[in-house]
Design a protein around this ligand. Structure first.
Ligand SMILES: Cc1cc2nc3c(=O)[nH]c(=O)nc-3n(C[C@H](O)[C@H](O)[C@H](O)COP(=O)(O)OP(=O)(O)OC[C@H]3O[C@@H](n4cnc5c(N)ncnc54)[C@H](O)[C@@H]3O)c2cc1C
Length: 390
């Protein structure tokens, strides 16, 4: 019986756990994750318009634990160290689980997602409370409060340099903020500015449509500029330009948690052998999956899940356990582009990328449709059901 330890109870961590447990009785899996719940990412932006509710996208781990009985142990704790030589993972207590400890492993899968790191932005420590975005639950609530009460001034949305998790989320935020302002009848007194550190709104496959929609809706787009300083009511860009803000929706540059670098497994992301072989460069028994892994693809839910199946396949192959999962890197996505008329009925763009061809094959429907917003909801709910329920 092999012990597989997984850091992170999200899309990739639970995806890999279930993939292993469903295929073989010869592994015991321990998932160590920091929160006692999981909150899905994709529809968080719709919390701004009230089209999504927290209770529809939150799940606990109890059903999962019951399904797999003693073959799956789920522990709650913040992992802060990996010791590859001793094959040990250390974790700190969390408020609801006041214990700290160590877990050993025969195989370790690292899947803790990303850290939002604004430490290189001057003034970040002092003015952190000025920042809100759609990425963290509390900050979404702050952003919702601010956008529903702002009366005038600049609303600034910032996308950091790629790679960051969910490429379209900053543009989605911009259009949803525009929608709420229009709905409230104050859009003509509030400027909406989208600052992008990249050369175009992300992902590139939909940039042309996003740019056109920004233009049509009077949204100022600034590209190739990073925010280097945050003040009480202003930001400074890397060309020295200073912009005042009434509302700031900033996403910090993303990286993997620092215990990865400290264990020598990669600088910003976990270095893996290839997208299909997710073993780390130095260790046969340590793998990575999901957003924390350095993959040549966007950081999104489909890719995270697909990488978790590849990681499971890598371990199953070592153990000589049956047929591998059939998996390829490709995704279909839906970007929320708000409602230009200010109705709280979000229209979405459908797009996709297939990485099995070279160059990757893009697809998109340039028409914005409300049915795509509904399709995204069904897709997200199906993921939550398949991963967290039974
Ligand atoms: C606002 C937003 C919008 C998004 N929109 C889309 C979209 O439209 N389409 C799409 O495909 N994807 C979207 N995504 C991205 C998608 O949610 C992620 O790519 C996916 O969740 C990555 O899976 P993961 O397992 O790597 O990370 P996660 O699902 O985040 O799971 C990581 C887990 O590890 C835990 N953890 C973190 N650090 C530690 C630690 N030190 N110790 C223990 N546990 C730890 C976390 O609590 C979490 O449970 C969006 C994400 C967000 C936030």
């Amino acid at each position: 019986m092999k012990q597989v330890t997984i850091i992170g109870g999200g899309i990739a961590g639970i995806g890999a756990a279930r993939a292993l447990l469903d295929k073989t009785n010869n592994v015991k899996v321990t998932v160590i994750t920091k929160d006692t719940f999981y909150l899905a990412g994709p529809s968080r932006p719709l919390l701004l318009t009230g089209e999504q509710k927290y209770e529809r996208i939150i799940r606990g781990y109890e059903l999962l634990r019951e399904k797999y009985k003693d073959r799956l142990d789920i522990r709650f704790g913040l992992v802060d160290k990996i010791d590859p030589a001793e094959r040990k993972v250390s974790y700190k207590e969390t408020p609801t689980k006041p214990e700290e400890g160590e877990i050993g492993y025969d195989y370790l899968i690292i899947a803790p997602g990303v850290v939002y790191d604004g430490s290189n932005i001057e003034g970040y420590k002092k003015h952190w409370h000025k920042i809100a975005n759609v990425y963290d639950p509390g900050r979404i609530d702050t952003l919702r409060h601010r956008i529903w009460s702002v009366k005038e001034g600049n609303v600034i949305v910032y996308a950091p340099p790629m790679p960051y998790r969910c490429a379209p989320a900053p543009s989605e935020t911009t259009m949803l903020l525009h929608t709420v302002l229009k709905h409230r009848g104050v859009r003509n007194k509030v400027n909406v500015i989208h600052v992008d550190a990249n050369d175009k709104p992300q992902p590139p496959v939909i940039a042309d449509i996003v740019k056109t929609i920004f233009e049509e809706n009077g949204i100022e787009l600034i590209t190739n500029r990073q925010i280097t300083e945050i003040g009480e009511d202003y930001i400074v860009l890397d060309n020295g330009e200073k912009l005042g803000y009434a509302v700031l929706s900033l996403l910090e540059p993303n990286r993997a948690p620092s215990f990865i670098k400290e264990a020598g497994l990669g600088d910003k992301w976990v270095e893996v052998r290839s997208p299909q072989n997710l073993k780390t460069i130095r260790y046969d028994d340590i793998l990575a999956a999901g957003d924390a892994a350095k993959l040549p693809f966007p950081k999104n839910q489909e890719i995270a899940y697909e990488s978790s199946l590849y990681a499971a396949n890598n371990i199953l192959e070592d153990l000589g356990e049956g047929e591998p999962y059939s998996v390829q890197y490709a995704f279909l996505g839906w970007a929320y582009l708000g409602n230009p008329e200010g109705r709280l009925e979000t229209l979405s763009l459908k797009f996709g990328l297939n990485f099995t061809t070279k160059p990757p094959k893009p697809t998109k429907d340039p028409e914005l449709r409300q049915e795509y917003t509904k399709a995204k909801d069904q897709w997200e709910q199906a993921y939550l059901k398949n991963l967290f329920e039974y």
